[in-house]
Unconditional design. Structure first.
Length: 366
């Protein structure tokens, strides 16, 4: 099974590239409108001379149906899955990793099946091929052409991600316009002013939807070439008033210009909660999802499965609390590396030794 992404200036151009590179028998898996107006198609071609196995057959059926099956059978014995040909990895090892990452059963087995079908010799390349077949990626440009608004529930890291995106622009010497609509949260105004002073840029604090539309119009007229990054007020999707306020901000802003909405979620959020949150914000027209706290998240398979189920692209990953170098533009290769990355945590005895040493040093200094 060959899987390839083709980007064209329009749908017809992308289809022509698919036919030219994979032939008339290629199956279109997914399509995605990119921020620059081009179209990305993901297509697959079944290799007739490739080794057939039950999993490759199921993968082909899934691609032709363009839907996930109700369930994938879960193999508990290593011999139930033949090792990929000419490979230095085993499906059982990949399964253990995906279990540790918290991937649901059917998503896990689908990824393993696609990795086997790819016939890649290395685990990272095989998993990257599988991830590329399942997920959409829409990395946020350092200089986005349209205003970008970061939205999400409280505590997801929305404001920190906004600050990191602003920092990335400043480091790249890209002039930017910053706006904050988060006028209710305690300390928001001071935080907004402190960030602007630190970065040496102007940031406007806007309190009402009507004022937002006027401020956005003025900014675009004054500095049309500058990316505009907007921090929205947090919105609890289970509080109608908060969601209505967010929708009102968006409605007023889009009378002026289209807005790219990026949903920011905590990477530690469980799969079912993540699916509920994505579904709640989905009607607002989400362009992509950004996941934070990947430095502490380990079992993020559920939230990735929710992305797949709703067909939402992954746009940003944050895996450090620091503003500088705080963002990763995701792709299949990067995500595969994160999933396969070995992790360890200190044993309690080590933590205890550190605590004892700290106490001894304090005693010496007193």
């Amino acid at each position: 099974m060959r899987i390839k992404s083709c980007i064209g200036k329009n749908m017809q151009d992308a289809l022509s590239q698919v036919r030219r590179q994979l032939g008339e028998d290629a199956i279109i898996i997914s399509s995605f409108d990119r921020s620059d107006g081009s179209v990305e198609l993901r297509a697959a071609l079944d290799n007739n001379d490739a080794r057939e196995d039950p999993f490759a057959g199921r993968l082909k059926a899934r691609l032709e149906a363009e839907t996930m099956p109700v369930a994938f059978s879960v193999n508990t014995r290593d011999e139930a899955l033949p090792p990929p040909p000419h490979s230095n990895w085993r499906a059982s090892q990949l399964r253990d990793t995906l279990i540790n990452r918290g991937f649901p059963d059917r998503m896990r087995e689908s990824l393993i099946s696609t990795a086997i079908a790819s016939e890649r010799p290395d685990a990272d390349a095989a998993l990257a091929e599988a991830l590329n077949a399942h997920f959409l990626f829409a990395p946020l440009d350092e200089a986005p052409k349209r205003p970008v608004m970061f939205i999400g529930p409280p505590g997801g890291g929305k404001t920190s991600l906004w600050a990191k995106a602003a920092t990335r622009c400043v480091v790249a010497e890209q002039p930017i316009a910053l706006m904050s609509l988060d006028a209710v949260r305690t300390g928001a105004a001071g935080q907004n002013a402190a960030l602007a002073a630190l970065l040496g840029v102007r940031s406007r604090l806007v309190k009402t939807p009507e004022n937002f539309a006027a401020a956005l119009s003025e900014t675009l007229e004054t500095h049309p070439e500058q990316p505009c990054l907007i921090d929205s007020p947090s919105a609890n999707p289970y509080h109608l008033e908060e969601m209505e306020l967010l929708a009102h901000f968006l409605t007023e802003a889009e009378k002026v210009t289209p807005i790219d909405k990026v949903l920011v979620l905590d990477g530690c959020t469980g799969g079912e909660d993540a699916a509920d949150l994505m579904a709640a914000f989905f009607p607002l027209g989400i362009r992509a999802v950004a996941l934070t706290k990947f430095d502490v998240a380990r079992r993020y398979g559920g939230i990735l499965a929710a992305l797949f189920e709703l067909g939402l692209p992954l746009g940003l990953i944050s895996r450090t609390p620091y503003f500088l170098d705080g963002l990763l533009n995701p792709g299949a290769g990067l995500l595969a590396g994160l999933i396969l990355e070995a992790h360890s945590r200190p044993r309690m005895t080590e933590i205890g030794n550190i605590a004892n040493l700290s106490g001894q040093l304090k005693a010496l200094g007193s």
